[in-house]
Design a protein. Structure first.
Length: 127
């Protein structure tokens, strides 16, 4: 098991420049998008709770993670928190990239199947 890049105390106390340097170095060495995104989420919490400005923190890296790296569950889970990092057209690209059409079509087919087949048959069986 790998050691965490930052302790919770470090996330909320280190200066932005130090955080940026360490996160950049960590990502360049490991290419671990999961831990990088999780740290950036923690920094958004720090932005909301603290006095220092962390809005659009490491924008270039965030954009690279969402537009260029392999999609993952972590990216899909946290993508909404980074909406303000992208223009509306770019946001559509990110959404399409993270959530494939196959998943969308499958969900729609299941919904239609339930709506037009399962529910009417359940009503017939109940009568």
């Amino acid at each position: 098991m790998t050691e965490a890049l930052f302790t919770p105390q470090q996330v909320f106390s280190l200066r932005p420049k130090t955080l940026q340097t360490r996160i950049d170095t960590h990502y360049k060495e490991t290419h671990d998008a999961k831990s990088t995104i999780q740290i950036l989420i923690a920094l958004q919490v720090r932005d909301e709770l603290g006095e220092e400005d962390f809005s659009f923190f490491m924008k270039k890296l965030v954009r690279k993670l969402f537009l260029e790296t392999k999609t993952s569950r972590t990216l899909r889970r946290y993508y909404f928190y980074f909406k303000h990092y992208f223009s509306s057209n770019e946001w559509k690209v990110v959404s399409i990239r993270l959530f494939s059409v196959k998943n969308y079509v499958t969900e729609k087919i299941e919904k239609l199947c339930t709506q037009f087949i399962k529910e009417p048959l359940a009503k017939l069986a109940g009568s």
